[in-house]
Design a binder for this molecule. Sequence first.
Ligand code: FAD
Ligand code: NAD
Length: 400
Amino acid sequence: MLNKPNIVILGAGYGGMITASRLTKELGHNEAAITLVNKHDYHYQTTWLHEPAAGTMHPNRTRMPIKSVLDLNKINFVQDVVVEIKRDEKKVILENGELDYDYLVIGLGSEPETFGVPGVQEYAFSKWTVNGAREVKEHIEYMFAKYNNLAEKRDELLTFVVAGAGFTGIEFIGELSERVPELCDYYDIPREKVKMYVIEAAPTALPGFDPELVEYAMNLLESRGVEFKINCPIKEVTKGAVHLADGEEIKAETIVWATGVRGNSIIEKSGFEAMRGRIKVEPDLRAPGHDDVFVIGDCALIINEEINRPYPPTAQIAMQMAATCAHNLKALIKGGELQSFKPEIKGTVASLGGKEAIGVVGSRKLFGSSASFMKKMIDNRYLFLLGGPSLVMKKGKSPF
Ligand code: FAD
Ligand code: NAD
């Protein structure tokens, strides 16, 4: 077929990978040309990144070559960085070229939200990517290595601050607090020298989550030496310190920023109307006024009508959106009804390091090792969806 439509997918995260994989099954080679653009030649699992960041997992376990999971005979993979989307010209500008599209899928993920707090970009670690995780891990180890080599011991080298007690902050401190005894042992540092703080602006950690589970998580983390400062917004970060709204200053050479996310800045740069970088999509996941542009994952905003607030951006929703997006692209190309997207929230489970976790699945609350088992099963399920049993065998987690 001469005029087969060009589908261009931006971003090989949860949304982009599942969309691409589904499309290869739903559309024949002659029905559409599918191009996937990503800045790396690998796909990584953002949801595992707190582990390599704290050094409890090798970063390579969180990633896989794109060619090992997608059939590149059916997909044209372009390794490049998206710079801008020219909506009127139906073009994507890349660092090293440009692409024309008939249909575009935006799945470029998120960027850290700083809420305008000064100093975050300069003095805090905020990149939840493979390279970002490598940098934090190396920095933490360097702080331990440096401590005993200085004539004057500087406690701030062994002070670790996590900004935000959302799921990212809690999962990261869970891993770090598990690892600290091993680091102290390796670098000959007394355990009591290490200080770990989690600083949260809201009146509770994990705002909106089940209070009993929040209490379980806080008690467990406190028993590992974590100190919570709740109801304490950070108002500024300077070199080696965080400054709290109540005037307190905490000196720390490691500040890990996890106060939430906003959509990829390409969205606003390309002139789409957005709220914190996210496009409020139509029920069929297209951008308002753009019949040829689908937006999925962390770049898309959908409202939970029951509470009249946006759904939190999660991998769970990104993957479900990808399935609807692939279906709707097929319907537009081959004919058929477009589906409205309806998230099916199966639950939320957060790891706390080691064999500990908390979660709600359906109406069941889970604590400790049963929650940890469930978390690993969820992680493996995604691998199964993407690459079948062989990917689970290669990259999966032992649930025990
Ligand atoms: P992503 O998976 O982030 O993928 C975006 C892709 O786009 C990446 O490959 C990136 O390299 C690429 N990209 C970005 N910019 C460009 C560019 N300019 N040019 C080319 N390529 C680009 N959610 C859950 O449901 N469960 C969890 O347990 C969970 N745990 C999490 C733990 C951590 C530590 C973090 C940080 C997040 C967690 N989340 C979890 C949230 C979840 O990871 C995100 O909601 C999800 O990754 C969004 O998927 P996405 O496809 O929109 O983007
Ligand atoms: P979040 O928005 O869930 O939490 C950020 C926290 O930072 C909030 O509690 C907020 O009150 C706090 N905060 C904001 N500004 C602050 C300041 N100046 N000082 C101190 N605290 C401040 O963001 P997140 O934890 O980065 O998560 C991002 C998304 O990823 C969410 O949708 C989350 O549900 C998802 N996620 C899910 C899991 C899981 O399901 N296991 C794990 C990690 C992330």
